[in-house]
Ligand binder design. Structure first.
Ligand SMILES: Nc1nc2c(ncn2[C@@H]2O[C@H](COP(=O)(O)OP(=O)(O)OP(=O)(O)O)[C@@H](O)[C@H]2O)c(=O)[nH]1
Ligand SMILES: [Mg+2]
Length: 169
């Protein structure tokens, strides 16, 4: 899981695992500084969920932030030398998707190649409960909402594996 501090990576990991393995709490700083993982079984398949510190940690400047992602990726690769099936890009619904977020995607492409994001990244929007509240008022479905988005978010949507934008609460 890759995403900004507080975007809900650990909460998503816990939702996938169906148990509270990762610490998920409100904090201005990144809760996790090391890579952590947990294994679960889903319909006979073993799923390994890997959680890491947030990108855009408020305590770090850009250079240190890049160093942190590189070292996080290194740890993640060493931990699973056979590789990963999917990277979950975690974005909080309601948060502005900024150039900085776009920078993270560009950085991943640089690190793993241009096709990487299209082939291996799944965009997950957390805070689905906030979306549902809005949706109750304006009647818009998540799909309709995605189709209305412009700018950087639209670019991100079209750069990840098609059809893989999910909403979780
Ligand atoms: N309402 C709501 N709160 C959420 C959701 N997902 C996460 N949260 C809350 O947001 C806060 C941050 O969530 P985390 O899971 O710790 O976020 P994180 O991305 O792991 O943060 P770092 O480990 O610090 O990078 C916690 O208080 C969660 O309970 C969601 O879908 N809806
Ligand atoms: Mg976390």
């Amino acid at each position: 899981m890759i995403g900004k501090t507080g975007s809900g990576k650990s909460a998503l990991g816990n939702a996938i695992l169906k148990r509270k393995k990762f610490v998920s709490k409100p904090s201005a700083d990144s809760v996790l500084t090391e890579i952590e993982y947990e294994v679960t079984d889903y319909r006979g398949k073993i799923i390994k969920v890997v959680d890491g510190p947030g990108v855009g940690d408020t305590r770090l400047d850009t250079q240190d932030s890049i160093k942190l992602i590189v070292s996080e990726m290194e740890q993640a690769m060493l931990m699973n030398p056979r590789g990963y099936h999917a990277f979950l890009l975690v974005v909080k619904f309601g948060a502005r998707f900024t150039r900085e977020d776009q920078g993270t995607v560009a950085f991943l492409k640089k690190l793993f190649g241009q096709e990487f994001v299209k082939q291996h990244c799944i965009l997950i929007m957390t805070y689905g409960d906030l979306f549902e509240r809005e949706s109750e008022e304006n009647g818009q479905t998540f799909e309709q909402w995605c189709n209305c988005q412009q700018g950087v978010f639209r670019e991100l949507l079209s750069s990840v594996a098609t059809g893989w934008c999910s909403l979780i609460t």
